[in-house]
Design a protein around this ligand. Structure first.
Ligand SMILES: C[S@@+](CC[C@H](N)C(=O)[O-])C[C@H]1O[C@@H](n2cnc3c(N)ncnc32)[C@H](O)[C@@H]1O
Length: 328
């Protein structure tokens, strides 16, 4: 029997307007390189555009993650004996999670807790998964770790927690911050809990650049939407036509960077933040990074964060890894 969808914490913990405003001002005042935190790419429109990105032939990450779970979900679940509850960090639409939930639901009733900063993503996730047999879904509209704390508070005696961090979302953190994030997650878990971590692997630079700069311009729209969001929510006056979506690959850092490049000298008011921004022609605002990994590096990152590697599955069509860790 499927349970009815529920949403815990909706709106209460979504980033407040004042937090958005101060993060925007801090990022745009950043000395040297102006930047905006990538989490603000995901409002209603941004989440819908991200779903469209996942359908692009050039964006192989999503299909690779899906293929791996189609093939190996049962193997992952077989590594986890006993009753298991599932939390997902940055679930998005939760489309690929279905395979894991199905494998687990063959054995037990499943409590699944998607955590996402975007209410729209969570709504899509509920639509996608809440009607599944034997699965109860409670979503948390909150930041990753805040949501994870709320999930562990619901743990029942003897239950093991499986945390999913799919889509290579860890790649949005720079390497030290990504590792710190794993340590923070580990700090919330108990020995024997599990983490399934997806990471996009290194591949030829032209292939990577095309994945983030598709010919129809969907990723460009996703990127520019962060300025449109500032206009909508903070009464900004960005003219989106005066910005170009620019994608770079930093070979030393092994990361894709998305920027918004100013086509001219411009001064932009963001009224609700009481802030005026000046941009030179050619100057950029850095909006997102996507770090690329090699499989051994992922296992080592986990080990340094007090996780034992229990398995690693690799998609060779679009080099991509899913690594199962146990909290040591
Ligand atoms: C790259 S998408 C991945 C979505 C999905 N996991 C997948 O594999 O397709 C990242 C997701 O994380 C969410 N997100 C970004 N920053 C977040 C944060 N700080 N806390 C919670 N969710 C966040 C976004 O709203 C988005 O749904």
């Amino acid at each position: 029997m499927a349970s009815s969808p529920r949403m815990a914490g909706a709106s209460a913990t979504a980033p407040a307007l004042s937090e958005f405003s101060s993060d925007v001002v801090i990022g745009l005042r950043h000395p040297g390189q102006k930047e905006l935190p990538s989490k603000y790419l995901y409002d209603s429109l941004g989440s819908a555009l991200f779903d469209a990105i996942c359908l692009l032939p050039e964006y192989g990450l999503s299909r690779a993650g899906m293929r791996l779970l189609q093939k190996h979900a049962s193997e992952v679940i077989d590594c986890l004996p006993g009753p298991v509850m599932v939390a997902e960090l940055g679930s998005g639409s939760g489309e690929k999670t279905r395979h894991l939930l199905e494998a687990l639901a063959r054995r037990q009733r499943v409590n699944y807790y998607p955590i996402d900063i975007s209410g729209t993503a969570l709504y899509r996730c509920q639509q996608e998964l809440s009607q599944m047999e034997m699965v109860s879904l409670v979503g948390f509209e909150s930041a990753y770790l805040e949501g994870l704390h709320k999930v562990v508070a619901r743990r029942r005696e003897g239950e093991r927690l499986l945390v999913l961090f799919l889509g290579s979302t860890i790649g949005n953190f720079d390497r030290p911050a990504g590792e710190q994030f794993l340590r923070d997650v580990r700090g919330i878990l108990e020995v024997g809990d599990a983490l399934l971590l997806a990471t996009d692997l290194e591949k030829p630079i032209p292939v990577l650049k095309l994945a983030y700069d598709d010919p129809p311009g969907v990723t460009a729209a996703f990127n520019k939407n962060i300025l449109a969001r500032i206009n909508r929510e903070l009464d900004g006056e960005f003219d989106l036509g005066q910005f170009e979506h620019v994608v770079r690959y930093d070979e030393r850092e092994r990361r894709i960077e998305m920027h918004l490049q100013s086509k001219c000298w411009q001064r932009i008011a963001i009224r609700k933040a009481g802030f005026r921004l000046e941009l030179r022609k050619g100057e950029t605002i850095w909006t997102e990074s996507s770090h690329k990994y090699d499989p051994a590096e992922v296992r080592e990152m986990g080990a340094r964060s007090r996780f034992d590697c229990a398995g690693q599955w690799i998609d060779f069509e679009w080099p991509f890894a899913q690594t199962l860790f146990f909290a040591a």
